[in-house]
Write a protein that binds this ligand. Structure first.
Ligand code: SAH
Ligand code: SF4
Length: 369
């Protein structure tokens, strides 16, 4: 039997595994703390763990990060790692330091099946789901590498956003134990408000997340109407805007924050007209408690799309703000290292494996009613 990577277990899973080995459940808590709080990967290091358990674990289990293909450090301190997940696939994680927090952006899949028009990951198509171990390994590796680098035993990463490659809610079963490890007081002890799942709108899974592991929710909206959203986010054909917003309101009943963050990628002359901002106000105001995060489009060659000018972003934001909707414009961080959704991994894949690019028609701009 293959040795099992213990990064794949949340505490409940690890307790079950320890029981299988004939060990007391509380041993799992000790082991879990060694792994996640101390970053240990060698069972011999775990000095207060019963020798009998250490002996059982050797050969049966291991604690292993993903191989690092590359590391890029931006002038603004942003760090981007590209990890090898086998078969020519790579995923990335990005660390974004700010004065009052350290955020890690984590990937959930190699590629993505949703195929959003403006997304480099979407253009690569879907390769496979990451395992819980591969999702958790990104945080485990980044947290402990950063602590060593900063010569500290204090926590460096305070926030996690599932905004790397992939649609987290299309990899639900592997995602949830990774979230639980992030939240666990014996793991990373992150507050539910500081762990964000970002989704393109997988309605049934939003409902399940509300029951199983309510964390902060970001929803990638990108358009105020169904005809335009159908083109930008193809999943909209299955779960149109009205159903999505209803799911957001159900989520809010149990969410750790009293608002949903709507992400809106600003595409020049596609979704960025003041009239579309007014449509967005009509759609959301008094209907869903929310904040809007405008993201300047990060261009890549195959997209055929253009980033909105700062003036257009500002004019769009002004309409929302005047209507009383809290609106932020995302700072572009790590621009010099391409630290945006799927960019670098896309380049690596272009070099390492032949893949079929999606052939796409240009986006037709929906006429406002
Ligand atoms: N699949 C999830 C999470 C990963 S994408 C989702 O779609 O929400 C994280 C965010 O980056 C999403 O809001 C996505 O729309 C946005 N994004 C993707 N490609 C982008 C690009 N080229 N420029 C700016 N934002 C982009
Ligand atoms: Fe997938 Fe999100 Fe990219 Fe859309 S934006 S293709 S859902 S990763």
């Amino acid at each position: 039997m293959d040795a099992v990577n213990l990064l794949g277990f949340d505490l409940t899973g690890l307790a079950a595994y320890c029981e299988e080995l004939g060990e007391k459940k509380f041993r799992a808590t000790q082991l879990f703390r060694w792994i996640h709080q101390k970053g240990a990967s060698d069972f011999e290091q775990m000095s207060d763990l019963a020798k009998s358990l250490r002996d059982k674990l050797k050969g049966r289990a291991h604690i292993t990060a993903l191989p690092v293909i590359s590391e890029h450090v931006s002038a603004d301190g942003t760090i981007k790692w590209l990890f090898d997940v086998g078969a020519g696939n790579a995923v990335e994680a990005v660390f974004i330091p700010e004065d009052d927090r350290g955020t890690l952006c984590v990937s959930s899949q190699a590629g993505c099946a949703v195929g959003c028009r403006f997304c480099s990951t979407g253009h690569q198509g879907f390769s496979r789901n990451l395992t819980t171990a591969e999702i958790t390994a990104q945080l485990w590796f980044a947290e402990h590498a950063l602590r060593k680098r900063q010569n500290t035993t204090e926590r460096v990463i305070s926030n996690v956003v599932m905004m790397g490659m992939g649609e987290p809610l299309q990899n639900y079963d592997q995602l949830v134990p990774a979230l639980k490890t992030m939240l666990d007081d014996h793991g990373y002890g992150l507050s539910r408000r500081r762990v964000t799942v970002s989704t393109s709108g997988v309605v049934p899974m939003i409902d399940r997340l509300r029951e199983d592991c309510p964390v902060a929710l970001a929803v990638s909206l990108h358009a105020p109407t169904d005809p335009l959203r159908d083109q930008l986010v193809p999943l909209n054909k299955k779960y149109p805007i009205a159903e999505l917003l209803a799911a957001c309101n159900r989520y809010l009943e149990k969410a750790p924050r009293d608002f949903i963050t709507f992400e809106y990628c600003m595409l020049q002359e596609v979704n960025d007209a003041p009239e579309q901002a007014r449509e967005l106000v009509a759609l959301l105001k008094h209907k869903v408690s929310c904040k809007i995060n405008l993201i300047p489009f990060n261009p890549f060659p195959a997209s055929g799309l253009v980033r909105s000018t700062n003036a257009r972003v500002q004019a769009f934001a002004d309409v929302l703000i005047q209507a009383g909707i809290v609106t932020t414009v995302r700072k572009t961080r790590g621009d010099d290292i391409d630290a945006a959704c799927g960019q670098l991994a896309g380049e690596v894949q272009d070099r390492t494996r032949a893949h079929i690019r999606m052939v796409r028609a240009p986006v037709t701009v929906a006429k406002s009613a």
